[in-house]
Design a protein around this ligand. Structure first.
Ligand code: ZN
Ligand code: ZN
Length: 244
């Protein structure tokens, strides 16, 4: 399986990650990726950066070291209505977004509340990817999630860090096996993400890839294999491709 894309990565701006943007881009180029995406945590994550960080991405060249650079954000889902922590005006300046549940920003409730939160955030046209929907602390209705992801055209992340043994997102492999059975049924595309917090992990999808291979997930639904396919979800990338 070709693996050209990593859109889930964090830099020092996130407050608990340890490489600079430049170091991350160099690592991505060194690994042979075609698209590198930076998705630092939005401001409600303790220790992360101010919303101003996300409004000045225009200064960053989008072609560096021969690869496409996308500047995104990992948003926090804050409540069951799907509220997120950057304004529409700020989001108009970012290339793509990942929306995720994180315990410092959303105390686990019950299955209904988590399902509702996911379904509501999927209705937001400014959300591109749903991040690590694999966490046993946030049980949810996998069938409803997959159906809605298909309906609203969201990419479902298969998060490599969740699958690393000892991850706080326990039970991820079992949760993915069930969730992806419904994603397959509704033909929902997935995207592997490293969730790298250090340059050495950029493009590291070893556990995610193994899981997708074990589950025999259809390769045409794994978006990491095609930059063109990804561009259908990210207008900023589509523009870069037409300018080439
Ligand atoms: Zn996250
Ligand atoms: Zn992350």
């Amino acid at each position: 399986m070709k693996d050209l894309i990593d859109l889930h990565t964090h830099t020092t701006a996130s407050g608990h990650a340890y490489s600079t943007l430049q170091e991350m881009i160099c690592a991505a180029a060194g690994k042979g990726l075609s698209v590198y995406g930076c998705s630092d945590h939005a401001p409600k994550m303790p220790g992360s950066t101010h919303s101003f960080y996300f409004i000045n991405f225009k200064v960053i060249p989008r072609l560096q070291k021969g690869i496409h650079v996308l500047m995104g954000a990992e948003l926090n889902i804050l409540d069951r209505t799907g509220t997120i922590d950057l304004s529409p005006a700020t989001l108009s300046r970012v290339d793509y977004t990942i929306a995720s549940l994180h315990t410092p920003c959303f105390a686990p409730l019950d299955e209904d509340a988590h399902t509702e939160a996911y379904l509501n955030v999927m209705k937001n046209p400014m959300v591109t990817i749903i991040g690590h929907p694999d966490d046993s602390r946030y049980p949810m209705d996998h069938r409803a999630f997959a159906r809605a992801a298909g309906e609203y055209g969201k990419l479902v992340e298969v998060n490599n860090s969740s699958l690393v043994p000892g991850s706080p997102r326990a039970g991820a492999a079992e949760n993915y096996a069930d969730l992806l059975s419904f994603c397959r049924k509704y033909e929902v595309p997935v995207l592997m993400g490293s969730d790298a917090h250090y340059e050495g992990d950029v493009g590291n999808h070893q556990y995610a890839r193994r899981l997708l291979e074990e589950l025999d997930y259809p390769e045409e639904l794994i978006v990491n294999t095609s930059v063109k396919r990804l561009a259908r979800y990210i207008p900023a990338l589509a523009r870069q491709l037409t300018e080439e």
